[in-house]
Write a protein that binds this ligand. Sequence first.
Ligand code: ADP
Length: 494
Amino acid sequence: MKNRLRILFLSSEVAPFAKTGGLGDVSSALPKALYEMGHDIRVMMPKYGTISERKYVLREVIRLKKIPVKMGGAEHATCAKSAFIPDSKVQVYFLDYKPFFERPGLYIDPKTGQDFPDNAERFLLFCRAVFETVRLLHWEPQVIHCNDWQTALIPWLLKYELKTDGFFQKTTTLLSIHNMAYQGAFEQASVSNLGLPVDIFNKNNDMEAYGKTNFLKAGILNADMLTTVSPRYAQEIQNDPKMGAGLENVLKKRSKDLYGILNGVDYSIWDPGVDDLIENKYDVSDVTGKKENKKTLSEKCGFTFDESIPIVGIVSRLVEQKGFDLVISALPQMISMGMQIVILGMGDEKYHEGFTKLAKKYPKNLAVFLKFDETLAHLIEAGSDMFLMPSLFEPCGLNQMYSLRYGTVPIVRNVGGLADTIIDYDTDTGKGNGFVFTDSDDRTLLETFKRAMEVYRDQGSWLKLLKRGMKADFSWKSTAEKFVKLYSKLEKKK
Ligand code: ADP
């Protein structure tokens, strides 16, 4: 291969090892696609307590048995193990440091429901360990592809601490932003003993924002290139202060280096034709299996199975961003319109309580599962008729693209990646692949459902609509090619 690139992909989540949301899916699918293209791509993530060494066959790496990492006057004795992303040859290094990562949660302590108080220290250590790891491997990456705040200090460290280090002379950085709402912003007290220079607390320092130490800001200002997960979101985060979450002006400074690249779908995992997590496989040529999955889902939810009643699915982190205040307020009316609704999610207590209360009130029409369950997520995609994503903002969103492939018609708000992927159905022309609404209020949502229900009752039109969705192609190949173009551009810059 002419231009085989050495790419180090860093992420705090990689499916199936550890996942809380879309980042996990992306961090496994994109490296796999890059490997298929012939690149030397390696992934690195923390070894959390939730990752089973036996299940994923983690092996010791002789060179990585001892990785001493200095931080704030202390030296931490870390090591790394390795495994392959299942069904692939992509190598993943797991940074093993039990005092920081051998815990039941990734970022949040399940006991308190709050962020771990030492998250800054944990992920700074991870970043520092990354450099030591590649040094010990004698493997000098041409590009370090960072993702989100957890790895956003890499470009900053390269620039300020490793500038004169010969080993990294040719290393460039790309930072992908998956959600501006999570910035790794810490009170000064939690970073003051980490050996970072004191001027990081000065106003307008690369790492300072609103009186806090902001890892994402440091990444945005120092990465050689930036991407975010959809073209629409790339615009929104620069132009809408709500979306930019206080860093819109910082992003604007980097406008010419910021690209919006839509995430893809890993169709080896998310396709009803090959999905091993569902009982009845089906594809666009014959969707009868979908009805069987609907029966299974209906049973699981305690609903009465009735083909004329649509099941509306939701699989999501239960946080404000996803528009759940609207769902809670509109649910009783949605139910009276004749729908069955299934919700799978975990997140804020207020939504746990709100949905639990409603499920008790409407047991025949609403089923709520407050847990993380990959198998149920697949069954909901396969067994539902409609999929609801009323997000206030949505950087990309994956479930609407999964839904299309499963013949489950997405009903989405007109923001971010949802706007980039779902086209509102037009009854006159029969064009579109879902239902899109803009105003985030009960009336608009219910009117949208009314439109969807009308089409649903006309099974001929509905079948055409869902089959059009099933034919759409959001595979990673073209997305990965876009990344390679950016990596090559970076390489030329050096
Ligand atoms: P975000 O990254 O904001 O959470 P995305 O739509 O990009 O949203 O990705 C969400 C991913 O997480 C999807 O793969 C979805 O199926 C999965 N997911 C979210 N919550 C759960 C859950 N409770 N159980 C199983 N999968 C979940």
